[in-house]
Design a protein around this ligand. Structure first.
Ligand SMILES: [Zn+2]
Length: 136
C-alpha cells in the first residue's frame, strides 16, 4: 500500500519476506524500514502491531530529525530515531514492547560497529547499558 501525506511524503508499506520481519530493499538489502529524506519516501513493513508501529515511527523520526538521504545512519542518528519512536508511542499510551527495545539497541550497536564508537554518551548508554564506558 502506498500513501501520500499532505506534505508530499510517500509512505510505502511492504509485506515481510517469508519467515522474516524484514523486506528486501534494492539498495540496503534486508531491512525493516528505510527513510530517504531526499526522495521524501519511507518504506516500512505493513503496520499491524506495536513492533511494526515502532519501526514506522523510527523512520518518521529520521524524516523529522535528519536532513540527508538514504545513507546508513550514524549511531547518534539511530539513537535519536529510536528515542523519537518510543517517545511518540509512550505519549500515545502505547507500551513499547521488549522486542522493539531489543531491536532498537541492536540497531544502534550495528551503527556503532559500522561507524566506530565515536558517538554520544547517550547513544553508547542506550546500546550497552551500564558497561557503556567499556566501549568508548
Ligand atoms: Zn534508522
Amino acid at each position: 500500500m502506498e500513501r501520500l501525506t499532505p506534505r508530499g511524503w510517500l509512505v510505502v508499506e511492504k509485506e515481510p519476506e517469508e519467515g522474516r520481519a524484514r523486506f528486501k530493499d534494492s539498495e540496503l538489502g534486508y531491512v525493516s524500514g528505510s527513510c530517504d529524506v531526499d526522495k521524501k519516501t519511507i518504506h516500512c513493513l505493513v503496520v499491524h502491531d506495536r513492533d511494526t508501529l515502532s519501526v514506522f515511527l523510527h523512520e518518521v523520526g529520521h524524516a523529522t530529525l535528519h536532513n540527508r538521504g538514504d545513507d546508513v545512519h550514524t549511531a547518534d542518528e539511530e539513537y535519536e530515531a529510536e528515542t523519537f519512536s518510543f517517545a511518540v508511542m509512550r505519549g500515545l499510551g502505547i507500551a513499547v514492547p521488549r522486542s522493539a527495545l531489543r531491536g532498537a539497541k541492536g540497531n544502534v550497536i550495528n551503527a556503532l560497529k559500522a561507524h566506530g564508537h565515536d558517538a554520544s554518551d547517550d547513544a553508547l548508554k542506550f546500546a550497552y547499558g551500564k558497561n557503556w564506558r567499556d566501549y568508548r
